[in-house]
Design a protein around this ligand. Structure first.
Ligand code: KMH
Ligand code: ZN
Length: 282
């Protein structure tokens, strides 16, 4: 099977600093996480940023500092969030794309999000996609519900998106599609030919979804954005969550992708100044 791409989502926007001591608040802390998860087997990092007080920000200068810290300490594929946090404007959410990260997320539709609504109307999606095109940023399609795939096909018909793409199924958000093997298999079966996919199971669904994806030939996203526990009542670090996925993959005979291998699999251009490293066995 293809080498496993492990994406880490270490920060997110919903986590409060008093929920875990392991939230990377500063760009320096994010750089340190990048190094540790790289050593544990990650090949991509999904980036949200916080202010020093832990509040959410999509400030371009803060993203630039985070990007530089990650790049200085690792060869990970850097993927910015364009989802941001509930309440951010679409313009705010898209602003860091000007830094030309290799990838960024594109959530393919609105979804209930706990008691809130994560708003991704067609005008919002078109606007974010056009900024991605402008800055040469590759999207990762975030699918929280099956209708989001239909929305992606509509964007394709409008000529704004071409396939194949890399797709991330975010399953188990309260308000989105449940994290079940049947739902995951259904979504994978509905993908256009040639798409690669990963799954991000929320909360306690993270580990079973990751394990199933490894066996199915998909890829995996883990990290504190989606789940803060290693086991019931025991808080996790990002590197522990990555290392566990890498160990399970090794037991199942699935090799782990280095960032360079992941770039090749995702057809991303090599990044000037980024030197590939060998995978370090956890
Ligand atoms: N924080 C959520 C509202 C993304 O990063 O693109 C949106 C989110 C998705 O996390
Ligand atoms: Zn995110």
């Amino acid at each position: 099977m293809d080498p496993l791409i492990i994406t880490v989502a270490p920060v997110g926007a919903e986590l409060a600093p008093d929920q875990t001591p392991h939230l990377a608040v500063t760009p320096q802390a994010l750089g340190s996480v990048a190094r540790k998860v790289r050593d544990a087997g990650a090949s991509m990092i999904h980036v949200h940023c916080r202010n020093d007080d832990g509040s959410n920000t999509h400030d371009v200068a803060r993203f630039k500092a985070a990007y530089e810290e990650i790049r200085a300490r690792s060869d990970l594929i850097v993927q910015f969030s364009t989802g941001g946090a509930i309440g951010m404007t679409p313009t705010e959410r898209a602003a860091p794309l000007a830094l030309e990260p290799e990838m960024a997320t594109l959530t393919c539709g609105s979804v209930n999000f706990g008691d809130d609504i994560f708003e991704n109307s067609f005008p919002i999606m078109r606007g974010i996609l056009s900024e991605m095109k402008r800055y040469g940023v590759r999207p990762e399609l975030e699918i929280f519900d099956k209708g989001h795939l239909s929305n992606a096909y509509r964007l394709q018909r409008e000529g704004l998106l071409d396939f194949p793409q890399h797709v991330d199924f975010v399953l188990g958000v309260p308000g989105g599609l449940d994290a079940s093997v049947a739902n995951l298999a259904d979504l994978v079966g509905a993908l256009p030919p040639g798409c690669s996919w990963s799954v991000a199971g929320i909360g306690r669904a993270q580990l079973p979804m990751a394990t199933v994806a490894i066996a199915m030939g998909g890829h995996v996203r883990v990290g504190l954005e989606d789940n803060i526990y290693y086991s019931k009542g025991r808080l996790a670090t990002n590197e522990e969550l990555v290392a566990r996925v890498a160990r399970i993959a090794q037991e199942l005979g699935r090799p782990i992708a280095t960032p360079q291998q992941a770039r090749e699999a995702l057809r991303l251009a090599p990044v000037a100044g980024v030197v590939g490293e060998d995978f370090i066995t956890p």
